[in-house]
Design a protein around this ligand. Structure first.
Ligand code: PGA
Length: 254
C-alpha cells in the first residue's frame, strides 16, 4: 500500500495571534486551489494559537497539531498541556521528542515514549522525532543513535495509523545544511528496519517516515522522491504559505 505523503509545518515558538491566523488563512486558500491534494497537510502552531487557527481550518484539508503534550491528562504540572486538552481543541496530531525539546527540557526516550502512549490513548496521532547531533554524525554513530531512539521512544503498541516518525539530523535544523539524499535514504531504511523489529513488518512498511532539517522548495524533490521518505517536517519554510506549499508542489506530491 502506498504511503500518503505528509507535509507538516512546525511553527515552533513563532506567531502572535493575528500573524498566526493570517498565515493559516493563506495556507488554507492555497490548499483549496489544489482541489483534492494527493498529500496530507498539517500545521502545528504554538499552543496559544491552536483555538483560533482551528476556526480558520474549518472545512479545509489541513489538519491541526500541537508541538508537545504531557503524559498525564491533568494534574499538578505547571505550564504543561495535556493530550486531552489539545484533543478537545481539535488537534489530530502532536509532535513529540523534537530535538529542541530533548535539548531544552531534558526529554529522554523514556519520557517521549510515555508522552506518545498517552497521546495515542487520547486518540491523537504522534510525530515522534529522532536524529543525531553533528558530533555523533562525525564519529559514525548516526545509525546507532537513530535506531536506539526508535527502540526507546516509540511505544510497543504503536501502529502506522497512530504514529509517524520524523528523522531530523540536529545539525541540519535551521542551518541550511542538509545530508545528501543517499545519507537520508540510508537512515530512513535503517529506521524502517528498526520499526519492523519493534512493531512487526506489516506496521513498519505502512508507517510514514518524514525527513526534516532545512527543507525548502528548492531541495524538496531530492528528498521527497526517495523510496523511504514519506513527507517532510518543516520549520522555517513553513512560516511562509508560498514556501510551505512550494515544498509540496515541487516534490510533486499534491
Ligand atoms: P527547519 O526545522 O526546517 O527550520 O530546519 C525543522 C524542524 O525543526 O522541524
Amino acid at each position: 500500500m502506498a504511503r500518503k505523503k505528509l507535509i507538516a509545518g512546525n511553527w515552533k515558538m513563532n506567531g502572535l495571534l493575528s500573524e498566526g491566523v493570517d498565515l493559516a488563512k493563506e495556507i488554507v486558500a492555497e490548499v483549496k486551489k489544489l482541489g483534492k491534494p494527493g498529500c496530507e497537510f498539517l500545521i502545528c502552531p504554538p499552543a496559544t494559537l491552536l483555538t483560533s487557527v482551528k476556526k480558520t481550518l474549518r472545512g479545509a484539508k489541513v489538519a491541526l497539531g500541537a508541538q508537545d503534550s504531557h503524559w498525564e491528562n491533568k494534574g499538578a504540572h505547571t505550564g504543561d498541556i495535556s493530550p486531552a486538552m489539545i484533543k478537545e481543541i481539535g488537534c489530530t496530531y502532536v509532535i513529540l521528542g523534537h530535538s529542541e525539546r530533548r535539548a531544552d527540557h531534558g526529554e529522554t526516550n523514556e519520557i517521549v515514549a510515555k508522552k506518545a502512549k498517552a497521546a495515542h490513548e487520547n486518540g491523537l496521532k504522534t510525530i515522534i522525532c529522532i536524529g543525531e547531533s553533528e558530533a555523533e554524525r562525525d564519529s559514525g554513530k548516526t545509525l546507532d543513535v537513530c535506531t536506539s531512539q526508535i527502540a526507546g521512544s516509540v511505544p510497543e503498541d504503536s501502529t502506522a495509523a497512530d504514529t509517524v516518525i520524523a528523522y531530523e539530523p540536529i545539525w541540519a535544523i535551521g542551518t541550511g545544511k542538509t545530508p545528501t539524499p543517499a545519507d537520508v535514504e540510508e537512515v530512513h531504511a535503517a529506521v524502517r528496519k528498526a520499526l519492523a523489529k519493534k512493531l512487526g513488518k506489516a506496521q513498519a512498511s505502512k508507517m510514514r517516515i518524514l525527513y526534516g532539517g532545512s527543507v525548502k522548495p528548492g531541495n524538496a524533490k531530492e528528498f521527497l522522491s526517495l523510496e523511504d521518505v514519506d513527507g517532510a517536517l518543516i520549520g522555517g519554510a513553513s512560516l511562509k504559505a508560498a514556501d510551505f506549499l512550494g515544498i509540496a508542489k515541487n516534490a510533486g506530491c499534491c
